[in-house]
Design a protein around this ligand. Structure first.
Ligand code: NAD
Length: 290
């Protein structure tokens, strides 16, 4: 297929590289980042999108996505699909899909889970919103870049799945970290805490697969000085998106709201920027109730 990838950062570059490896013809554009080997570098987003069957965007936020979509939609040929893989607000995803559909294009919001490691290894999970036709067109590319693609529903359903998942993730990480900090103060050995909780009803992905305590459980960013991994500021971005969506939809999400507030303090006032999101554990360790 002829594919364009716009946004060749930490995620977009390895995704584009995997498409090249699988034999697709890939044009790329980024304001700053270089094109990976095998990707034809275009001089603008519109130039990259011209002639492409699928245009993949992997951008920082909804405002940038809207600006890029305004540029690429007029350059795309009817029947081509605009597939946004960034994590953005549901409203921007729906607005861009409406614009693309009105221009005779297919549209998907298809954010990913799996991080830079998954993008590099081609093992991402895609959660997609859009029409059956658009999903079927892009599916072979999802199979190259990832190990699983779930068609979640219409426009915006992919972003909805992503922010709901990550709201659970943020809340659960905080719960796991505060429980470890309490266990420490109660004199409970961390390994024993892990052995019990990881096989009891408190188990979770954050405890069992990404344990925030160094030296406990499988290897995780905690074993690497809390170098990300999944940076605290990206967790904060996703928690803010979930709160924005909850406000728009009048959903009561008190735990998500508190998680967003805690990650805001952590990132903006407590040195959490640039740390993995599991560095909430040393934060709790250093604090008392006051
Ligand atoms: P990144 O900042 O490394 O890459 C974004 C790229 O977009 C940058 O290279 C930037 O120069 C480029 N860009 C910005 N404006 C542009 C424009 N107008 N035209 C062309 N290029 C432009 O970010 P990333 O880590 O690759 O993340 C991309 C998206 O994926 C984000 O929405 C993020 O939330 C999401 N995501 C990231 C991860 C992760 O672990 N990094 C995991 C899941 C989802």
């Amino acid at each position: 297929m002829k594919v364009a990838v716009i946004g060749l950062g930490n995620m977009g570059a390895p995704m584009a590289a995997n498409l090249v490896k699988a034999g697709h013809q890939v044009a790329g554009f980024d304001l700053v980042a270089p094109c990976p080997a095998g990707v034809t570098c275009a001089t603008s987003a519109a130039a990259a999108a011209t002639g492409a069957d699928v245009v993949i965007t992997m951008l920082p936020n909804g405002a940038i996505l809207r600006a890029v979509a305004a540029e690429v939609v007029p350059a795309m040929h009817p029947g081509a699909v605009l597939c946004d893989c960034s994590t953005v607000d549901v409203e921007s995803a729906r607005a861009v899909a409406a614009q693309a559909t009105a221009a005779g294009l297919g549209a998907l919001d298809a954010p990913v889970s799996g991080g830079v490691g998954g993008a590099t290894a081609g093992t991402l999970t895609f959660m997609a919103g859009g029409s059956d036709e658009a999903f079927a067109t892009v599916k072979p590319l999802f199979e190259v870049m990832g190990q699983k693609a779930v068609h979640c529903g219409g426009a915006g359903a992919g972003q909805a799945a992503k922010i709901c998942n990550n709201m659970i993730l943020g809340v659960t990480m905080i719960a796991t970290c505060e429980a470890f900090a309490l266990a420490d103060k109660l004199g409970l050995d961390r390994q024993k805490m892990f052995d019990v909780v990881s096989t009891s009803s408190g188990y979770s992905w954050t405890m069992n697969a990404y344990c925030p305590a160094p030296g406990i459980g499988p290897k995780s960013p905690a074993d690497n000085g809390y170098k990300p991994g999944f940076a605290a500021e990206l967790m904060l971005k996703d928690l803010r998106l979930s709160q924005q969506a909850a406000e728009a939809a009048d959903a009561d999400t008190p735990m998500g709201k508190l998680a967003a507030a805690l990650y805001t303090s952590f990132v903006e006032q407590e040195g959490g920027r640039g740390m993995d999101f599991s560095a909430m554990l040393p934060r709790f360790e250093a604090r008392g109730r006051g």
